[in-house]
Design a protein around this ligand. Sequence first.
Ligand code: KG4
Ligand code: ZN
Length: 335
Amino acid sequence: MEEKFILGIESSCDETAAAVICGRRLLSNVIFSSATEQAKYGGVVPEIASRAHTEAVDEAVKQALNEAGLTVKELDAVAVTYGAGLLGALLVGLSFAKSLAYSLNIPLIAVNHIRGHLAAAYLCDNNLKPPYITLLASGGHTAIIHIKTYTEFEVLASTSDDAAGEAFDKVARVLGLPYPGGPNVQRLAEGGEAVIDFPPSLVRGSNTQFSYSGLKTSVINYCHTAEQKGEQFSKADVAASFQKAAIDPLVKKTVENAVKLNVGTVTAGGGVSANGYLRERLKADCKKHNLKLVLPEKGFCTDNGAMIAMEGLIQYNAGNFAKMNINACAQIPLK
Ligand code: KG4
Ligand code: ZN
């Protein structure tokens, strides 16, 4: 890959992030989060997110350039998330990136956020190259994907309803845990045991379809029934049992697909792949089947600008540049 200096900007949800790469080398990675502010409301409030991005984007970019030891004039391209995400939030990053690219007369690259999550692994291991199997588990998507080339992939399995991260967030609410749900469920689960038999997240009899609605309903029913009967129950055990039911099938099917397709490498991406239990399970299963695992550090699983810059580099090399009239998209299909 060419040694281009690419600035990546991310503002799809509650993180305002900017990063600079040179080829596949990460030079800086700055993240400002409005999560503490959002926690007061129990979830992301789009208006608050947009305002926070407006206040933070200039500083995030400045810091990313400073830490990289670059001036704007040395940039070769500006990559920015244009979807999926909250429209108002996306528009802040996109408008900023457009102005910057226009003023510098350099290419603007519009990045699909999910492809950004997939690309994060390239920054963790410079030798990683397709083909490989990736487990994508974020707040909006859950899928097992066969990455065939840098720009082509095939979805092997996906969810028919909620995404894994969404299920973590909903279960967190049922258990009375604050936003953001996923890390708090994980923390609670660490003190519990997976002794409750919740339905696993794979549709019975299917190899390609996950579903989180049954699991989520089961957790809600379990808690409500116990509460109505005035029975004591261990929230930690509920969290651990939910976590196991949510994650075991994802790991199992990821590894099975890698073995079946004779693809020797596995990666993971998206916020849920920051989950400690998922990471341990994936490491153990990959080792058992002699698969190479490229697992991005936790900070590169959740939203960041580095992954947007990296996907920007892939699109740069493919000659995929955006027009100045490109708009933000709240939803983009995985393919
Ligand atoms: O990838 P991401 O940061 O944003 C999206 O593109 O959606 O993923 C956010 C999701 C949230 O649902 C959050 O609860 C979940 O990832 N998450 C976790 C953990 N950290 C973040 N879920 C389980 N365990 C974690 N440690
Ligand atoms: Zn994300």
